[in-house]
Design a protein around this ligand. Structure first.
Ligand code: ZN
Length: 269
């Protein structure tokens, strides 16, 4: 029976991955992400529903556009697949059972709400990672959306879980200070400050996970960044400043350690 639940989570993951590939392209240029249909970037032909089924469409079309036969970047397939696997692992790590879910107890509702928040949290992270990888830029609209979800999450914890709020109050104060600093720097220099954005992303992650996960996230990110920098230095001999997508590496590390921590807490007891 569990396989149905995991199958659903995998499909949700691939759909979110598919949405993210579109959003990664549209959000930074301020384009609408919900009303406008997708089109082929080469021939501009509008894509139909059956061209947009995650993974299936790519494989059925042999990785080519149905209309102009231009190759579709394999990145799209990998993104959808990776997103599907991530959500599948998230479901596996929470160790929920379909029978329990269907017996409609208070625990069940809690479980579903928490998975819902998990899905939203991971979606914002995947979006941030995709945009950062493409443009070395932390998307503020996505981060803002994330903070709204965070607010709802804290509200949920306070109302139903009786968890002490002081920890979150401190986080919120930090977030406000950084945002004010960000606005002040924006006015002074007239451009986005990448370090401040990374700091906001870090606090966002910390609020949704915990200090242990964030410690490992930082260590892994530093290793990724070091490897990235060395690889680029070896590749290009020019003394050009290498732009490292720190946010992208942070997201990968955070998703990995969040799922791992879940596994350790729920399955290896
Ligand atoms: Zn085309």
């Amino acid at each position: 029976m569990e396989i149905i639940l995991y199958g659903i989570m995998f499909i949700i993951g691939t759909l979110i991955g598919s949405f993210c590939t579109l959003a990664v392209y549209r959000i930074p240029i301020g384009k609408d992400i919900t009303h406008e249909r997708s089109f082929c970037p080469n021939c501009n032909h509008r894509l139909e529903f059956w061209d947009l089924i995650p993974i299936v469409s790519y494989l059925a079309l042999g990785g080519k556009c149905r209309y102009c036969k231009e190759k579709i970047r394999i990145r799209y397939l990998l993104f959808e697949l990776g997103s599907g696997i991530t959500f599948l692992l998230l479901a596996l790590s929470t160790n929920i059972h379909l029978e329990e879910l269907l017996t409609n107890t208070e625990e069940t509702i809690n479980g579903i709400v928490l998975i819902g928040f998990g899905i939203l949290y991971f979606t914002t992270l995947i979006l941030i990672a995709g945009i950062d990888k493409e443009r070395t830029e932390i998307a503020k609209p996505v981060l803002l959306f994330g903070f709204i979800i965070l607010g709802l999450y804290i509200l949920y914890l306070c109302t139903f879980k009786n968890i002490l709020v002081y920890k979150y109050a401190i986080y919120l104060i930090f977030i406000l200070i950084i945002i004010l600093l960000d606005i002040w720097l924006m006015k002074k220099k007239g451009k986005e400050n990448y370090t401040i954005s990374i700091l906001l992303l870090w606090i966002y992650m910390l609020s949704f996970t915990n200090t242990d996960i964030m410690l490992f996230t930082i260590i892994a990110t530093l290793i990724f960044v070091a490897i990235h920098s060395i690889a680029h230095k070896l590749e290009e001999k020019e003394k050009e400043n290498v732009k490292v997508p720190i946010g992208f590496y942070m997201v990968i590390s955070n998703i990995f350690f969040t799922i791992l921590a879940n596994f350790l807490a729920n399955i290896v007891k």
